[in-house]
Design a protein around this ligand. Sequence first.
Ligand code: CUK
Ligand code: CUA
Ligand code: CA
Length: 638
Amino acid sequence: SNDQDRAAWGRRKFLNTAALAGLSIGAVACTDKSAGTAATPAAPAAPADAAHAASGAAAGHLKPGELDTYYGLWSGGHTGDMRVLGMPSGRELLRIPCFVPDALVGWGITNESKAIMGTKADGSLRYTVADTHHTHASYKDGNYDGRYAWINDKINSRLARIRLDYFVCDKITQLPNVQGFHGIFPDKADPVDPAINYTTRVFCGAEFSIPLPNTGTEDSSKYRSMFTCVDAESMEVRWQVLIDGNCDLTATSYDGKLAATNQYNIEMGAKYEDMMSAERDACLFFNIARIEEAVKAGKFKTVGTSKVPVVDGTHEANKDPKTALTAYVSVPKNPHGVNASPDGKYFICAGKLSPTATVIELSKVLEWFDGKLEKLDDAIVAEVELGLGPLHTAFDGRGNAYTTLFLDSQVVKWNVDAAIKFHAGDKAAKYVVDRIDVHYQPGHINASQSETKAADGKYLAVGCKFSKDRFLPVGPLHAENEQLIDISGEKMVLMGDHPVRGEPHDFIIFKRDLVKPKQVYSLDDFPNAVKDPKESGVFRNGKKVTVKMTSQAPAFSLREFKVKKGDEVTLILTNLDKIEDLTHGFAIPNYNVNFIVNPQETASVTFIADQPGVFWCYCTHFCHALHLEMRSRMIVEA
Ligand code: CUK
Ligand code: CUA
Ligand code: CA
């Protein structure tokens, strides 16, 4: 990527003369690393902003014991989890395992987590790899309501839901008849019923086209992609829309009427040259009320063995605006990212291969569906040049947008109203407000509360895909660099770098009082809870043995238990400790068992007692002065 970097450097020189004029310390500090990239200093703050810069840096550095004011929910990338960060410190507080086993909590080991993850006929996990990209949370009245968050797995087309009272994954749904499930977004209201001002649907975009049904056809001209709606409560797939082109990211309007996906492969090519042959691709809009009417009226088909209703959203079937389910607004070459402005008026698509962002006015798209806008592309109210490789956009609630420039390694702050004026012919309208260098090649970006009506313009986080020289070298695999920027002033101020494991993409940042996490489980949350130590024991039913046990520091209720070689053992453990943070672990040597039980939590494991002997089951979570003595003996009789 050095050539790209050199090109970006040239571009930066051209675009960022203001920053270069003040270039001093930065340039001296970065000299002898490989050409191009290392010579990209952080944009120094203008003198007028010095005080602001100092306060910005101070805001990110919390004193010991001081709590963060925001939560961040981060996509964990290959580790298939959702990460919880405190912001603005950037401290990682928790990893919530979803799609991939996790050794800390025993995710993928316990029966409860395996039931959520999905198993094969032999009881082993269906999947052990994932690729998470996007995280979003449920809404009420245009702001997060602290009920749920969702995350996608691109590899196996799965959607996971996280309960935000316990910060645990409670359901996973695999989408039928799609591949490369990428963008997700919850709706924010019902398109028809104004009483439903909260999330009831999650929309999912599929990036890759496949034969429908997938019979293995080689002729890619027959492949198609679909847009999927999942019920937010039941997590069942409600309906799908067959489309032309592909899906990438997803956005929803605040009134619930529209959802959209940006499309970079309107050509439906199977090779990248074909995928970038057209000058314009699209932002594809879905008329939610009409799609649901069509489903109700039975105007659908099904694909393969799936029973999910599939409606027709192709160009051919949607020429008449008054009955159309879909609308394809054109956007320059291979766009990436579609983001809803917090005022509810616009969706913004970045150009990726075009240096532009396209601003689409939602009221005009609705006018087109009503037959009142002659040309659909008249819904485009701005298409302005921002820099090279624009990807994702965030907002500050003060009319400004912040777009990542992947090739330029920059974030550009621009004013949406000024961009609209400029596009309308007012060439004096200065829409670029500020630029800042980031390190390096940024992808996702988000600001505090950015995707809500309560966007507050305080902090901006930027997911940089390359960290290069920003951290100590640790061999060929580098950490990614999540950077934090203070956006409370006119100029952006870099606050800090945070190394993260790859390959995180999307994240959200919201005020801490929007969630009310519970500190202790309720015994009633678990149908198999062992509610009293007196219920403990070994219960045999032929070769099936159930071992019921409780934990209370520093002892398990059974000091030993006996089973026979060949038994199928189900061990149920309830933690009867009620004190916040008092977690116990349970490991069985040579049996590949380790899991934890939080206060008042129940978990179970099932295994074949195939090795005779004595096995010291021990507590793996330091819980008490007698933690090391907290053990039980499993005696497997030959
Ligand atoms: S995609 Cu990752 S940088 Cu999967 Cu959201 Cu744009
Ligand atoms: Cu219980 Cu350590
Ligand atoms: Ca294209």
